[in-house]
Design a protein around this ligand. Structure first.
Ligand code: IPM
Ligand code: MG
Length: 356
């Protein structure tokens, strides 16, 4: 089994290094191959998603991704910015289903900004459509307005669109995920204002007929954002479009107080996937050995579960992470009095040790 290792920028290098150590400690025969991506790709080959990196990602069975982005690349034109690497990988590899679990580990109940009783035991799964919507819709650009109240003025514009098969396939992923959990699915849209999302709602409702064992409800994005902080535990699985999912998944991550703990998976139609922490590249703390590697390590566990058919090894990693938290080990982002503060590499080593 071949795994593409794409550490990227900022803390990407050091957190991926720890996840690789964990993978290597499992006693499996994985072929790991690294390549630069994001700002690192631009620095090495003049493009955030160099040809060889894309080729490696395509031929690998799964991809472990760190994070991309660094201030030094902020002034580049859009097509050369680090973010284009992840957007390009999603599009080129057809990674349309983004799974972002938000789980509150009992040991970290105080890390949330919400009251413990509101979030304790939180376990929700956000499924974000990842290759459509206004993120990729054409046409887009800056032009002279052809009509409307500001005709003749300069305007920026993007296009929100979703094709029926695009909605169907993400709905199937969501219903099937709900079947494996508490069998409740909330589809989040803006059907009261947007044609695209009235259509979304209609199609999700149709697909529901194939999953009578799952309870489906629909919620507008603004209300969903509110309910997510009011009573987050009422949710089980949430499915939504690319843009709303981007926002809601950050919000859900923060409910747990520790975005440094949350993994994610981006899957294609055959469960080949790209696995990355939900957080970004945090260039301000890069190279200081203080970043939390657990989200990346848990992403490696998701990779074993969804793409490599190694559920037992995934369980081993998940359990090892629970164990180090129970031992009181904390990186700076989740540290509180009475626990033991450790660095990135110490945390990674502790997980390796806890694998047993
Ligand atoms: C995410 C990120 C990306 C997105 C950026 C880096 C392009 O925010 O994965 O949520 O908007 O999808
Ligand atoms: Mg985001």
């Amino acid at each position: 089994m071949k795994i593409a290792i794409l550490p990227g920028d900022g803390i990407g290098q050091e957190i991926v290094e720890q996840a690789v150590n964990v993978l290597n400690a499992l006693g499996e025969k994985f072929e790991l191959e690294s390549a630069p991506v994001g700002g690192a790709g631009y620095a090495a080959h003049g493009h955030p998603l160099p040809e060889d990196t894309l080729k490696l990602a395509k031929e690998a069975d799964a991809i472990l991704f760190g994070a991309v982005g660094d201030w030094q690349y902020d002034s580049l034109e859009r097509s050369l910015r680090p973010e284009q690497a992840i957007l390009g990988l999603r599009k080129h590899l057809g990674l349309f289903a983004n799974l972002r679990p938000a789980i509150l580990y009992p040991e970290l109940a105080n890390a949330s900004t919400l009251k413990p009783e509101v979030v304790s035991g939180l376990d929700i799964l956000i499924i974000r459509e990842l290759t459509g919507d206004v993120y990729f819709g054409q046409p887009r650009g800056v032009r002279t307005a052809p009509d409307g109240a500001f005709k003749g003025e300069r305007e920026g514009f993007d296009t929100m669109r979703y094709a029926e098969p695009e909605i169907r396939r993400i709905a199937h992923v969501a219903f099937q995920a709900a079947q494996k959990r508490d069998k409740r699915l909330t589809s989040v849209d803006k059907a009261n204002v947007l044609e695209t999302f009235q259509f979304w709602r209609d199609i999700v409702t149709e697909v529901h007929q194939e999953y009578p064992d799952v309870a489906l409800d629909h919620m507008y994005i603004d209300n969903a954002a509110m309910q997510l902080v009011r009573a987050p535990k009422k949710f089980d699985v949430i499915v939504t479009g690319n843009m709303f999912g981007d926002i809601l998944s950050d919000q859900a991550a923060m409910l747990t107080g520790s975005i440094g703990m949350l993994p994610s998976a981006s899957l294609d139609a055959n469960n080949k996937g790209l696995y990355e922490p939900s957080h970004g590249s945090a260039p301000d703390i890069a190279g200081k050995n203080i970043a939390n590697p657990l989200a990346t390590i848990l992403s490696a566990a998701m990779m074993l579960r969804f793409s490599l058919n190694k559920a037992e090894q995934a369980d081993r990693i998940d359990n090892a992470v629970k164990k180090v938290l129970a031992q009181g080990l904390r990186t700076a982002d989740i540290y509180e009095a009475g626990t033991t503060k450790v660095g990135t590499s110490e945390m990674g080593a502790a997980v390796v040790k806890a694998l047993g």
